[in-house]
Structure formats: structure tokens, C-alpha cells
Design a protein around this ligand. Sequence first.
Ligand SMILES: NC(=O)c1ccc[n+]([C@@H]2O[C@H](COP(=O)([O-])OP(=O)(O)OC[C@H]3O[C@@H](n4cnc5c(N)ncnc54)[C@H](O)[C@@H]3O)[C@@H](O)[C@H]2O)c1
Ligand SMILES: [Zn+2]
Length: 351
Amino acid sequence: MISIDVRAERSYVVKVGCDWLSEIAPHLDVRSHIGVIVSSTLAQQVRKQVPSDSRITIMEVPDGEEGKSLTTLESLWNSLALAGFTRSDLVIAVGGGATTDIAGFAASTWLRGIDWIAVPTTLAGMVDAAVGGKTGMNSPSGKNLIGSFHSPIEVLADLQWLKTLSDRDFSAGLAEVIKCGFIADPAILTCISNNSLAELRGSDELTMDLVSRSVQVKSDVVSTDFKENFAREVLNYGHTLGHAVELDSGFELRHGEAVAIGMVYVAELAAARGLITQEVVIQHREILQSCNLPIAYKKSAWPQLLKIMALDKKARGSSLRFVVLTGVGRTTRLEDVNEPELLEVYERICV
Ligand SMILES: NC(=O)c1ccc[n+]([C@@H]2O[C@H](COP(=O)([O-])OP(=O)(O)OC[C@H]3O[C@@H](n4cnc5c(N)ncnc54)[C@H](O)[C@@H]3O)[C@@H](O)[C@H]2O)c1
Ligand SMILES: [Zn+2]
């Protein structure tokens, strides 16, 4: 097991490669109520694994984005009320990023904030969603517009969960891992290049190395300033175009798949500016393709993508800007971009 410290308003540890059931056992002795919030596909398994104890309430939420709704939040509040949860009780969130987001938000709003532990069960959840203290939900106005900063007291990344994850979700999670490699830790890229996708999936040792390195990258960024968006922006490498592609695909593409396309785009953008060499662009394509991730998007979508990016920037009250590399492991921001330049770069990644 590898433990990584995250400094926040209240610091905590991410335990990579732990056994989540043994880790929660000590909490059972000291808390009067424990709420296990679990996504529905994992609920049956979790009911079998968690000891039967009258102090434990298991709350099932719909899988994925559907679970990040006001309806789910209300039902969680009702269950917490019914079981009599007080400020000294504990919520344990078991699921992908969507589940840890809504469960963390329920914990942050119940009695103005009670303790919670994140047990991420997807690769994306382990390396991204469960680390950093952001919790939230969707609303009719958009994704993740409502939320809070409420760090968990612990993140338990038990790699056993990854065994049942679909190949597609594993690859989508690898996109965020590769992102961490390009922005801060090139050893991640070496590890992925030296091993096939099957080898990466099949080896606990390699997975542990990739997950812990990625968590370290995210922890280093969020620990510099917990709520500061500017410092965190580096984690948005590939996300400016990526978000637009994700939305344009009507969420047919996984978040990680869209980010993969977005990373090739910003690599081409940086190369066009002479910030990185073509070799680094080729490295993006090769490594993403080796993980079964897409590296191109349809040509006809450009006007729509531009529109979405412009709306996004307006919603965030910021200018249209891109995180780009100045070398592997080094980043900067580009704000002085114009539409002809952006289209010219898009033509290099479209089909
Ligand atoms: N809070 C943050 O800082 C942050 C950062 C990044 C992403 N997010 C959020 O995370 C969410 C995406 O997370 P995700 O990619 O984990 O998706 P997800 O939570 O939607 O899970 C993907 C799918 O995998 C299934 N699943 C989960 N664990 C499994 C397992 N062990 N075996 C088999 N199937 C399993 C789920 O039921 C779901 O169908 C989005 O809602 C996004 O907004 C939050
Ligand atoms: Zn992301």
C-alpha cells in the first residue's frame, strides 16, 4: 500500500492498494451511525461484504450521472434523517466519480458538513474525482454547477475494484493518468509505453504505480492552494476542447475519451506555436492509441465545438484559454488564441 498526503482545509491521506473493508473496520467501533452510499451496480456486492450491524445504513443511488440529481440528494437527506445521523457520524461513498461526488455533497450539506470517506471504484475516480475535495451534483442548468469543497477524511483506493471495470471505463480512466504524465510526471508515460494495455490491467504492481503517481500529481496541485482555480487549471490539460467534444457527442463519448482528443489538440496547438516538437505530438497519439483511446473527431463538428467553448468561457467568466506544454512535464497557458488559428489546428486532428 502507498499513502499519499493531501493538504487541504483539513488534510487527509489517499491509500492506494489498500483493502477498503479492513480500513473501515476501526471506524465501526467509534461511530454511532455509518451510512454507506453505493452506486446500484455495486450495491449487491457491498451488501454482502459489509458486516451486518444495526449502526450501518446502506443507501443505494443510481449509477453514473443519473445519481447526481436533486432527487437522489433528497432521498439521501431523508435516509440520514430517518437513521438519526448526527455531526459525529460518518458517510462512506462507494462508487465511481459520480457516486463520490453526490455522496460527498450529501455529507457536506448534512448538518453543515459531516465526515466522509471516499472509496472510488473506477480508475477515473481513484486518480481524479475522489481526490481534491470537490463534491457536487448536476442541475437542469448544467453539469457540476452546484457543489462544495468538502474534503473526505480518507480516500481508500482498493485496486480490487478495477477487476470488474469495463475495458472502456479502464481506458477512459487512463486518459487522466496520461494527462498527469504529460503535465507533471513523465515516468507515467514511460510505464505506459513499456507495457501493453493488457499488461497494465493485469498487473497490480503497474496499476499501483500509475494510480499512486497520478494521485501524487493531483495532490501536489491541489495542496498548493485548496480552492485556487488558477493553480488547479493545469489539471484541465486537454479539457477545453475535451469538454466541448464530450457535450457535442451527446455524452456518447466518455469524459476520458473526449479528453484524449482534447490532449492531441493542445499538443498540435503547442507544436504550431513552436513550444514543443512534433515528436511530442506523435508521443501523444501513440500513447493514447495504445490505450484504445480516440485521437480524432469529426470535421463537421468544428462550428459547434467553437460555440460550446465560447459558452463555457462565458459561464466561467474567463477568456478562452488552453493549458499547453512547453515540454513533457512543463505547462503554460495560452490566452491569445484566435479563431483562424484554432481552426487550422483542428484540421490536424479531425477526420
Ligand atoms: N469532484 C471532482 O473533482 C471530479 C473530478 C473529475 C470527475 N468528476 C466526476 O466524476 C464523474 C465521472 O466518474 P467516473 O468516470 O468514475 O464515472 P461513473 O461514476 O459514472 O462510473 C462509470 C460507470 O462505471 C460503473 N462502475 C463503477 N465502479 C465499477 C466497478 N468497480 N466495476 C464495474 N463497474 C463499475 C458505474 O456504475 C458507471 O456505470 C463525473 O460525474 C464527473 O463530473 C469529479
Ligand atoms: Zn477530467
